[in-house]
Design a protein around this ligand. Structure first.
Ligand SMILES: Nc1ncnc2c1ncn2[C@@H]1O[C@H](COP(=O)(O)OP(=O)(O)OP(=O)(O)O)[C@@H](O)[C@H]1O
Ligand SMILES: [Mg+2]
Length: 247
């Protein structure tokens, strides 16, 4: 059994069908890149995995536990545990503006876990060191660059010790230099075998860091394979068209 199994996932907003039966799996240690045109449902798919969107049909299983089974959700106490295994990093960082960097990291673990304050504090400093921002621990987010904010957001997601990190276009609000900083942190995580799903327009990152790529269009998976399959020998006309446009 795969770590995450998504089967025939369906989601509509009113009359608009956005996910039209997605089926895919993620193995432990996978770095799965999701590419596709604007509006194809990439964010909706990612948000559905952590129940920021409620789907209308299909199943999501995490490490053998059903979050949704044929459109029926697990009990809240169970779904909470399943979702807690996943961390998410958003395009717009979503840091709390009135909290310092370190407080941003410590907020969620303080709310949900019962460790000693010292344990959070040690871990937050360790993670800020990992993303190269230990010296910014007492700054407010407004005093950071976009790339620094996103690295704080990554450290914050790691505070909960997730088994998988989900990234929704983590660099598309950043200029090329700041993009590089963030991608290098993500590459380091991949080298440490963090399991990740990354929605991205960074084709270079997708082809060099991901081990699998899914191309989505109009709420469906058009093609899936290794970076080599997708970028060098795409089979579907739609994939070729998209890549010609992007590259
Ligand atoms: N809350 C919502 N209410 C209504 N429609 C929505 C909502 N969220 C998304 N949509 C629609 O669902 C479709 C898929 O949106 P989604 O954001 O998942 O696409 P995407 O692939 O992430 O696009 P992008 O690359 O631009 O981020 C779009 O047509 C969008 O307008
Ligand atoms: Mg999106």
């Amino acid at each position: 059994m795969s770590f995450i199994e998504v089967n025939n996932l369906q989601k509509s907003f009113g009359p608009l069908e956005v996910l039209k039966g997605l089926t895919f799996a993620v193995e432990k240690n996978d770095v799965l890149a999701i590419i596709g045109p604007s509006g194809s449902g990439k964010s909706t798919m990612l948000r559905s995995l952590i129940q920021l969107e409620e789907v209308n049909g299909g199943s999501i299983t995490v490490d053998g536990d059903n979050l949704v089974s044929d459109g029926v959700y697990a009990k809240p106490a169970d779904s909470k545990k399943i979702i807690a295994r996943m961390g998410m990093v958003f395009q717009q960082f979503n840091l709390f503006p009135h909290l310092t960097v370190k407080q941003n990291l410590e907020l969620a673990p303080k709310l949900v876990k019962k460790e000693q304050a010292k344990a959070y504090s040690d871990r937050s400093i360790e993670l800020l060191e990992k993303v190269g921002l230990a010296d910014k621990r007492d700054e407010l987010p407004s005093r950071l660059s976009g790339g620094q904010k996103q690295r704080v957001a990554i450290a914050r997601a790691l505070m909960m010790n997730p088994d998988i990190l989900l990234f929704d276009e983590p660099t598309s609000a950043l200029d090329p230099q700041l993009t590089k900083e963030v991608l290098s942190v993500m590459k380091k995580l991949a080298e440490e075998h963090m399991t990740m799903i990354v929605v991205t327009h960074e084709m270079e990152f997708a082809s060099s860091v991901a081990n699998r790529v899914i191309f989505m269009d109009e709420g469906k998976i058009v093609e899936e394979g290794t970076p080599r399959d997708i970028f060098q020998t795409p089979k579907k006309q739609r994939t070729k068209q998209f890549l010609n446009y992007e590259l």
